[in-house]
Design a protein around this ligand. Sequence first.
Ligand SMILES: Cc1cc2nc3c(=O)[nH]c(=O)nc-3n(C[C@H](O)[C@H](O)[C@H](O)COP(=O)(O)OP(=O)(O)OC[C@H]3O[C@@H](n4cnc5c(N)ncnc54)[C@H](O)[C@@H]3O)c2cc1C
Length: 405
Amino acid sequence: MTDTETFRQEARSWLEENCPPSQRTPREGETPPAWGTPEFTAEARQWHERCADKGWTCPTWPKEYGGGGLSNQEDRILRQEVGRIGSMIPGGSFGTHMLGPVLLEYANEDQKRRFLPDIVHGRTIWAQGYSEPGAGSDLASLQTRAERKGDEYVINGSKIWTTGANNADWMFCLVRTDPDAPKHEGISFILFDLKSPGVTISPIELISGASEFCQVFFEDVRARADNLVGEKNRGWDIAKRLLQHERSMISGMGVGGGAARSGGAKKRVAKQHRGLADMAVAYVDVEDGRIVDDALRDAITQNEMDTICLTLTMKRAGEEAKAARGPGHTASMFKWYATELNKRRQEILVSALGTQALGWEGDAFAPHELQQTRSWLRSKGNSIEGGTSEVQMNVIAKRVLGLPD
Ligand SMILES: Cc1cc2nc3c(=O)[nH]c(=O)nc-3n(C[C@H](O)[C@H](O)[C@H](O)COP(=O)(O)OP(=O)(O)OC[C@H]3O[C@@H](n4cnc5c(N)ncnc54)[C@H](O)[C@@H]3O)c2cc1C
């Protein structure tokens, strides 16, 4: 038996033994439940802990930082085997998908040892402190200041649209450390505890009544100077690298992407297609197994073909990116395409379901119809977070196509 076959056998038996039955049937498009949420049941916790102890929540990270130390090929096999039993790698978070990879690339040894194992085990929940009231698409205009005082930085300013800050422990944050330098050159990337004195977290209530976002205020917040990652004033490079990982993650959340990253690619995409057509046919006229409305049938077929093309392209690019140690500017292409495709998919579903997809609450709507309304609305945010579609097109024009500014 070759080494990879041995690894497959070992992974298969370990998964059979350790993955609880309740963790083998995730719903389509669902990300594994996060710590502290009601979905994070005792078995979800057990599954998470077992994988984390083996380093398999972050399979390719080096073992000395808590990762699995797997090669890219072993990682692929592991994901295939996880997909085979209908499960998912648990513990996906801003830490595992965004911060961890940039710490591996830019942090010093002490920082890696202090922060990475807690990400692997889900012990620290991270929030992203990038956007400010006056700095969204033009992120480099950010004004939150950090001044060095002794062996600390003192931070003043505010961040907005900070997803989950009210449930997070720590923040990775972009701060201005040289107000006189050109705007991209005076920014640093720093980490600090959100329980520090001077941090105020105000959830922003949405029209739905939920509070997914927060505005976070800093008044003389003190962060250890040795929590500044990379060189002082060179944080913009780290910020951009993290955005590539974020964009890659977001394209993975939408149509086809989760499938592209996981071993159960074909199965998941097939399920997703069935989902689109199945859901539609329950609400529209069908004759001889065909949706009667030509325009709707066409839209569904086109969406399915686009999804397959995207999935295959992402899979190929994902393999190339792993060989090249992570995503590059092409992450903007996928982020733009996957989120716009997902919006079209949601529009198709709303037009098929008609007024049943426009409910907010009440007995007149089935739970999946109410969920559809929310998924349709949520898909709009998908093409804004991590940089809007227009911003992705600017990156593609400049960095992928090489067009002049
Ligand atoms: C669901 C969700 C989660 C988020 N989570 C976080 C988070 O955790 N942490 C965080 O820091 N931020 C987060 N954000 C904020 C997000 O990064 C910003 O909303 C985004 O970068 C856009 O910034 P803005 O809202 O200030 O819009 P603006 O920058 O004001 O843009 C307004 C409009 O102008 C367009 N535009 C702006 N500049 C250009 C240009 N140069 N060329 C062409 N068009 C342009 C934009 O495309 C957009 O349509 C989140 C946003 C959403 C929707």
